[in-house]
Design a protein around this ligand. Sequence first.
Ligand code: FAD
Length: 383
Amino acid sequence: MDVYLSPDQLAMRAEVRAFLDEHYPPERILQIERDEEYPDDFYRECADRGWTGLPVPVEYGGSDGSVLDLCVFVEEVGKTSISMATLYITGTIFGSHALHICGSKAQTDRYLPAIVSGEKRFALAMSEPGAGSDFAAMTTTAEKVEGGWRIRGAKGPISGAERAEVVITAARTATYPGESRQKGISLFLVDNPTPGVSFERRDYLAMKALMVNDITYDDVFVGDDAVLGEIDDGWLNLARLMDPERLANAAQAIGVAQAAIDDAVVYARNREQYGKPIARFQAVSHPLAEAQAEVAAARLLIYAAAHKRDVEGPCPMEASMAKMLANNVAGRATSAAMQVAGARGWEAESHFLRRNLEVRGCELGGGTSQIQRNIIARHMGLR
Ligand SMILES: Cc1cc2nc3c(=O)[nH]c(=O)nc-3n(C[C@H](O)[C@H](O)[C@H](O)COP(=O)(O)OP(=O)(O)OC[C@H]3O[C@@H](n4cnc5c(N)ncnc54)[C@H](O)[C@@H]3O)c2cc1C
């Protein structure tokens, strides 16, 4: 099933697996989630091993990895911890791709080498309390003032924001009556800390090590050099970011699902009822067999879409199909795995329960499955 992967990708995957198995056994993951411990050491190791340079062009010290490379990486990390995989996606991939897509020379010179070295992690603040799926309804504004811009409003929920060194912030800079609401949105590189920016952590049931925040912008001044891309055209640049984001989101969901299936197989072989391992009951084995087939199919769609993105360029329909399928499959797989574990799957510190909650949260990021269906339908000419 690794038909899309090169020897280099297989070697990277093996290296990532060996590192995570050594440093992040299951009990350590439980602990960082329980204690809401931001995985600084994971990030440092990623930098030391060159993995934070994966999405960064060679001229800035990175290795110019493909979208497929990134999917392979986050899938493997997702098997161990979705908090760490999501931190990598926001901290490293969003930042480097956004700068690559629309950063000025001064911005790329300043930030890309710092992403490679692990000194700068990014967060991407699009959603607002009143503007989730309908992100163009945002009310955060940026007003032109002498020497820069003044940002006012609120964002959330935003992954990893309080620990990011830079928050890419989408704000409305103009309205164009009679035209699309998408026009008039601009992007700003807001360094953290900046006076007026404050964070509150959301109390979520899972992905606690990720630290998901609400952000308040209270008359925040940023200089003209903080504008990322053209003023009023932020939507176009965000749209260009979405393929890799959705494919990476899908890949991490599949990583979580595969880990849940693997654990359920071990559990089913060891747990005995009625004098034999429960794996021998077809009602136990078939849901896992079906989940495994679905995960394999979703993985192939992700790899094919990533390959298309790398070879041909933008592939919004394929990225949405991969995200929707992967998240749905991951929901079913983690649920089937939890059922296999019986009452143990329901315990507060059960990995089965944790993974089921994680894929629910993962499904929301980058647009829900309903929104992905809307996008797919639009590309099919149905809307
Ligand atoms: C763990 C986590 C991390 C996140 N990280 C980030 C981040 O880093 N940056 C960021 O900007 N955002 C982030 N988000 C926010 C995420 O993108 C939003 O939650 C998501 O877009 C949905 O918005 P909402 O929660 O406001 O739901 P709503 O938009 O209120 O939707 C509620 C329900 O209605 C459905 N719905 C809404 N409109 C339609 C429609 N037109 N057609 C069909 N169904 C529809 C939705 O699918 C959903 O089921 C994160 C969310 C979570 C849970």
